[in-house]
Design a binder for this molecule. Structure first.
Ligand SMILES: Cc1ncc(COP(=O)(O)O)c(C=O)c1O
Length: 399
């Protein structure tokens, strides 16, 4: 049934023994080779080369070379992706760029369950420009709204951060294109989990983070894809020196680089970049189509098993695996306490408002056995009311 990719790949990861890790949709685990790579970078590059590292160890070109590795994962042309900063900043660049290349006036459209940060960022920029706030509709209304013709930009997160619900990117992007709407996709929960092809699907802008399914480490840099037809048409709103055509000319006038480098801003996070570069090596061998297929089986198995046990937990993820990403979520009373108890017993998922227990799956290290064991533990926690222990109700800063 399940392909058992984990047999080959799980040993490459450092996951504490007795943990069942279902939170790779929030932060992917460490690949063991990263320890050596980063340690070498620190000792032999930073330690031995200090300033020379920028040239000798190619630190300065990493945002673009790592960008080209990411480009392959999203089906983008070479030199159309750069890496750096956080997803929030890359989204800001995408929205401000989209407004510049849009030929239409009209709303920025999004859905009311989008990740709040994306909406905060877009609205802060729209407010500064004296434009109307993002128009928010239910996911089911996106296609209708696009066809009404009052939309200039469509900004969506492909996989819902809570429910895992998946947009049919090809279909929606096509409607947007027909209506002359510029598209901005957030791939935070897509990259490393789903086959993506921005070139074939005609995506205009895409952004994403690298610490979830790409396992680049906490705070690893984000990426931006800009459709090559727009790259030299956009005047970067955050015009940093490393986006300049020739940063080391130190011109007083900003002249953006002619290529994707214009979406760079400042000094890249070299240590994080080296961890990410190492983390990405796994994709030389892994077929994303297999990952997707197996993740569908794993999430279905999880849902079916929970269903059989008739817990007081309501599935809020789509029932059909074609319609969800690699995560599953349930609404239940005292979800926070139940999740804390699960974590205490070694099943690591997370909690999201309101009353949502969220479980992420990555076939690189999750298995059928993980699911069976986790559900046994969940059963015990619920049947014996173990979650009622007071220690599980104390709210932590990160949930
Ligand atoms: C869908 C989505 N968009 C944006 C973000 C924000 O990312 P960052 O904090 O790296 O800027 C996240 C973070 O988890 C996310 O899940």
């Amino acid at each position: 049934m399940v392909n058992n990719l984990h047999k080959k790949y799980r040993p490459l990861f450092q996951i504490p023994e007795n943990w069942i890790y279902f939170d790779g949709n929030s932060l992917g685990p460490l690949q063991k080779t990263i320890i050596k790579k980063v340690s070498n970078m620190i000792s032999n590059e930073w330690g031995e080369q200090i300033i020379k590292g920028w040239n000798k160890s190619n630190w300065m070109t990493q945002p673009d070379s790592v960008g080209n590795i990411i480009a392959k994962l999203i089906g983008a042309d070479k030199n159309s992706v750069t890496v750096g900063d956080t997803l929030a900043i890359k989204l800001f660049q995408a929205i401000s760029g989209a407004l510049q290349v849009s030929k239409k006036t009209g709303f920025v459209l999004s859905d009311e369950s989008n990740f709040p940060s994306d909406l905060y960022i877009a609205n802060s920029y729209l407010k500064e420009k004296n434009l109307s706030e993002v128009k928010l509709v239910n996911k089911t209304k996106i296609e209708d709204e696009l066809q009404k013709g009052k939309i200039s930009i469509l900004m969506l997160t492909q996989v819902d951060y809570r429910t895992g619900e998946l947009y049919d990117l090809k279909k929606i992007n096509n409607i947007a294109k027909k209506m002359g709407v510029i598209t901005v996709w957030d791939f935070a929960h897509s990259i490393g989990a789903l086959p993506l092809n921005v070139r074939e699907d005609g995506v205009d802008f895409a952004v994403g983070c690298t610490y979830k399914y790409l396992c680049g480490g906490p705070g690893s840099p984000a990426f931006i894809y800009v459709n090559p037809k727009y790259i030299d048409k956009i005047n970067p709103i955050i015009a940093g020196w490393l986006g300049h055509e020739n940063p080391f000319n130190f011109d007083l006038n900003y002249k953006p680089a002619r290529d994707i480098k214009r979406f760079r801003i400042g000094t890249p996070p070299v240590i994080q970049m080296s961890a990410l570069e190492e983390a990405l090596k796994i994709w030389d061998n892994v077929d994303i189509n297999l990952i997707r297929k197996e993740a569908q089986l794993l999430t279905s198995l999880f849902i079916d098993n929970i269903n059989d046990l008739k817990f007081d937990m309501k599935l809020i993820s789509p029932r059909h695996s074609d319609q969800r990403g690699s995560q599953v979520a349930y609404v239940t009373k005292n979800a926070y306490e139940k999740m804390q108890a699960l974590i205490d017993f070694g099943v690591i998922g997370d909690y999201r408002e309101p009353n949502i227990m969220r479980f992420g799956f990555n076939p690189l290290y999750n298995s059928e056995e993980d699911i069976i064991k986790a559900i046994e533990i969940l059963n015990k926690i619920l049947k014996d009311n173990l979650w009622k222990n007071k220690k599980y109700s104390k709210r932590k800063l990160v949930t």
